[in-house]
Ligand binder design. Structure first.
Ligand SMILES: [Fe+2]
Length: 173
């Protein structure tokens, strides 16, 4: 049976209704990997025929999580950032995203990269509350994202003083 949006929603609700633990977020990512194997879903929500922008595919009225389809308006290179009090899970739908994990060393103010990896179609991963990450993606990248709540209204912390690519090249090359 094909894994559809309804299945994703049900599995996310089941996982998150027990609490927003690491195990629950792993289950959310498992569900994302499953739906990204559905070519009709990928075409419907990430196909070349679609306009750029972010589409809300679902918002849960009880648990408050959001499911978004992102079609970026051009390439994106972000500074290291968190999502304040929210977690966020990313699932790659089309092309790739260079993801990097960051930590602030003890006694320092700016984060340093600790791991960088390419997310390819069908892969998914999450950033828990406070986890710092940056994204670097071409204009052709398209991704599914599930967030704990509406993160647009949260005081997310961006470290704009960091040159993302330069710092990654310096520390992880
Ligand atoms: Fe993020």
């Amino acid at each position: 049976m094909t894994y559809e949006l309804e299945n994703l929603i049900t599995d996310c609700r089941d996982a998150l209704s027990e609490g927003q633990s690491t195990e629950a977020l792993e289950k959310v990512c498992d569900a994302m990997r499953k739906i990204l194997q559905n070519p009709a879903f990928v075409e419907q929500h990430f196909g070349k025929h679609l306009e750029v922008g972010r589409t809300t595919l679902y918002h849960d009225p009880d648990l408050d999580f959001y499911v978004y389809a992102h079609i970026p308006d051009g390439a994106i290179l972000s500074a290291p950032h968190d999502h304040a009090s929210a977690w966020a899970a990313y699932g790659q739908a089309v092309d790739n995203t260079q993801m990097t994990d960051w930590v602030i060393p003890a006694g320092e103010e700016l984060p340093k990269p600790v791991k960088t990896y390419s997310m390819t179609p069908g892969t998914a991963g999450f950033y828990n509350v406070g986890d710092l990450h940056s994204i670097d993606m071409p204009a052709t990248s398209r991704f599914l994202r599930i967030t704990a709540t509406d993160i647009d209204v949260l005081p997310c912390q961006y470290f704009d003083a960091v040159d993302t690519r330069k710092s990654i090249a310096e520390h992880l090359a």
